[in-house]
Design a protein around this ligand. Structure first.
Ligand code: BES
Ligand code: MN
Ligand code: ZN
Length: 506
């Protein structure tokens, strides 16, 4: 991960491969210390910007060679209009710096900032978020390429945030942002790993490898034998067709001053073929992302541990592969879940809710969480409803919906609430068992899936996020390329930090 340092002295002493200077579209004004420094070297920047018709539009830029050894390149980078300068614009601005540096092959760029420049949120949110965007923009997966494209063969070494008289808190904010980026990038890397590499067993190995860095994690891995002994037959039914054995990974993180315990449960289907109810082959390859909920949960736990948020977390990741075979679960099969509720499997492709049912019931019974949150690439129907811009949010508590909506606005990881009215639950009643795993009528597929999950949380405060549309294929931005997005990590982090990271009274 790129390292970022703060530079607080005057520009006269600065040495850097390139200096990026922010310019608002409204006034095309260059920060005073920068113009002063340039004038001392007989460079009149506003003239240059005018003659080259620089607009100041967000992410547009002008490159000015200075002929000076200490700062050979100056980049004026557009911030757009002041009125549009929100967190998303700021993330795009800082992400763009990485692409410019890459293009120019400058591995030690600097970004100018000062107290006069606008921020769209308080510093404790603004700086971590923009630094996260910067770190996210450096993400790429190279481990499956033997012939690297030359243009790709470049990594940023270090970035300086040039901030004359910057506040003492900046280092902390920068560190937090870079940790956020590292966590998001971990979730993205897991999402990009194909089904033959990231098997349930390999996911467990990744958990164990991470756990070596965090001695206070209490890791519990349940293997097939233990899952059978515990009676997790909903989870086991999904794994039945695959040669790769299933696991339930549970990690506990405890903070001595924490008031609340929160369970994070992530769907971890390392590949979803649909099973006997097999999917069409078109785009089936995308089902390698079906473990993105588990990836986001693991990455969030890592981030919360590193930033020492005062909250107790239990992360549960049911890990399975959904394949057809002679041992696979059949449509019509009835299984008894961990909670005792029986399920008629009418479609083996509705597997996410099966493994979440057991994982939710298991953490609820064994870890007594105050709140349960699950993340899952659960339904194609949520893409029909919300596309790739927002996750579906389902909850049995209004205050939790509002908290997540606020965390979504901050992170740009938007959530949109859908109802969980009682009557939708009628559609999930089986004629012969307690529940059926698909609705008895077409329509409202994301809601009926949520109603299924709700049966396993026993009225506890609960939030279900359907991230099928947002875990990949979100619109490309400077800080987010094609493929896996790591959606949920920054959303959960801001939610925990803002609303559940309060230290208890001594
Ligand atoms: N993993 C899929 C959901 C999905 C679909 C994610 C498309 C991303 C893109 C899930 O396991 C699934 O197959 N859901 C079914 C449910 C149906 C059988 C009730 C679906 O959405 O079609
Ligand atoms: Mn499926
Ligand atoms: Zn699935």
């Amino acid at each position: 991960m790129v390292s970022v340092s703060i530079y607080r002295q005057s520009l006269q002493q600065l040495k850097t491969g390139m200096l990026v200077v922010p310019v608002l579209e409204d006034e095309l004004k260059i920060p005073r210390p920068v113009t002063d420094w340039l004038q001392a070297h007989n460079i009149f920047l506003s003239e240059l910007l005018r003659t080259t018709h620089f607009s100041g539009k967000l992410e547009s830029h002008r490159l000015i060679p200075t002929g000076l050894a200490d700062i050979p390149i100056l980049i004026c980078l557009g911030m757009g209009k002041l009125n549009d300068w929100d967190m998303e614009a700021a993330r795009r601005y800082f992400g763009k710096v990485v692409h410019l540096a890459k293009e120019l092959r400058v591995d030690t760029p600097s970004i100018y900032w000062d107290d006069q420049l606008p921020r769209s949120k308080e510093d404790s949110i603004f700086f971590p978020e923009v630094m996260a965007a910067l770190g996210m923009a450096t993400f790429r997966v190279t481990e499956f390429q033997t012939e690297k494209a030359e243009a790709d063969d470049f990594d940023l070494a270090s970035v300086q945030l040039v901030y004359p008289d910057g506040a003492a808190e900046l280092e902390g904010y920068v560190e937090e942002g870079i940790r956020m980026a590292a966590a998001v990038n971990l979730a993205r890397r897991l999402g990009e790993m194909p089904g033959n590499v990231l098997t349930p067993k390999r996911f467990v190995e990744e958990v164990r490898r991470l756990a070596q860095n965090y001695p206070d994690w209490k890791v519990r891995i349940l293997d097939r034998g233990q899952l059978e002994a515990e009676g997790m037959h909903a989870l086991l039914a999904v794994a039945a067709g695959s040669a790769h054995p299933p696991y339930l990974a549970v990690i506990q993180y405890r903070h001595p001053k924490a008031e609340e315990t929160i369970a994070l449960v992530g769907k971890g289907v390392t590949f979803d073929s649909g099973g006997i109810s097999i999917k069409p082959s078109k785009s089936m390859d995308e089902m390698k992302y079906d473990m993105s909920g588990a990836g986001a949960v693991l990455a969030t736990l890592k981030l919360v541990t590193e930033t020492k948020l005062p909250v107790n977390l239990v992360a549960a990741m049911p890990l399975v592969e959904n394949l057809p075979s002679g041992k696979a679960t059949r449509p019509g099969d009835i299984v008894k879940s961990y909670s005792g509720i029986t399920i008629e499997v009418l479609n083996t492709d509705a597997e996410g809710r099966m493994i979440l049912a057991d994982a939710l019931a298991y953490v609820n019974r064994n870890y007594q969480p105050d709140i349960l949150v699950d993340l899952a690439t659960l339904t194609g129907a949520i893409i029909v409803a919300l596309g790739h811009l927002a996750a579906g949010l389902f909850t049995n508590r209004n205050d939790l919906a509002e908290e997540f909506e606020e965390a979504g606005r901050i992170s740009g990881e938007w959530v949109w609430r859908l109802p969980v009215w009682k009557d939708y639950g009628e559609l999930m009643k089986s004629r012969i068992a307690d529940l059926r795993n698909i609705s008895s009528k077409p329509g409202a597929g994301s809601i009926t899936a949520a109603k299924f999950l709700e049966k396993f949380v026993h009225q506890k405060p609960w939030v279900h996020l359907d991230i099928a549309g947002t875990a990949w294929e979100m619109p490309e931005r400077s800080y987010r390329g094609k493929g896996a997005t790591g959606f949920g990590v920054r959303l959960l982090y801001h939610w925990l930090k803002l609303f559940h990271g309060k230290e208890k009274e001594p």
